[in-house]
Design a protein around this ligand. Sequence first.
Ligand SMILES: [Zn+2]
Ligand SMILES: [Zn+2]
Length: 245
Amino acid sequence: MNFLSGLTRLLIPAPCLLCRMPTLSSDGLCPQCDAVWGDLMTSGGRCPVCAIRVPEPGMICADCIRHPRAFDRTVAGLDFDAPARALIHRLKFQRDTAVMAALLRPMTEAIETQYPQSAAAQPPVDWPDVLLPMPIHARRRRERGFNQARLMADWLGRRYGLPVHGKVVRRVTMSDPQSMLDAAARRKSLRGAFAVVGALPAHVAIVDDVMTTGSTTDSLARVLKRVGVVRVTVWVAARTPRPGA
Ligand SMILES: [Zn+2]
Ligand SMILES: [Zn+2]
């Protein structure tokens, strides 16, 4: 009975997560969309600090040189534009965790390429000690019922055997609609936005769905370093491209 129901589930096509065409693939993307998805993730270099696209791999972008960040390294799977936006919205606003495997595949490929494993038992060089989902304010969490960054961190934690510290940092202010503010106003609105309420190890990886300008992440990283975290890595599903890029 169980065997049969499992078999039925495998053989009944489900609509592709992106184009709605029926497909049998395990992560929900039809072969056509999967090919597009593959092209999106395999192109070009990103700034090692903030993961914005740069002409040469490994080149630190002008923004990160001009305004040094409190975080040390960012790994991003995709640029935040269609179709990444479509999957992130389904996760964020509909709690549709069926998108998780497809959405996080570019990110895990980037992680696994950028942290080559030397010996099976050893963690890779620069590997974080814990995952820290980007906290959302308690009121927003109540409205939405969940924190999408927490869902992502739990998924990644299971994949890599990393502990997830979901309650060590609290978001204590509701952020203003970020896009309405200029950079200086945004920094001011984020001052005092986070409170650390527990112990953290030396190397923390912040997990988030999207990095927009990086200012929220920077504000959190600053707070983490103030309480003794030595290194802050950021793992994001998607990075917002530079305007006009
Ligand atoms: Zn499709
Ligand atoms: Zn940068």
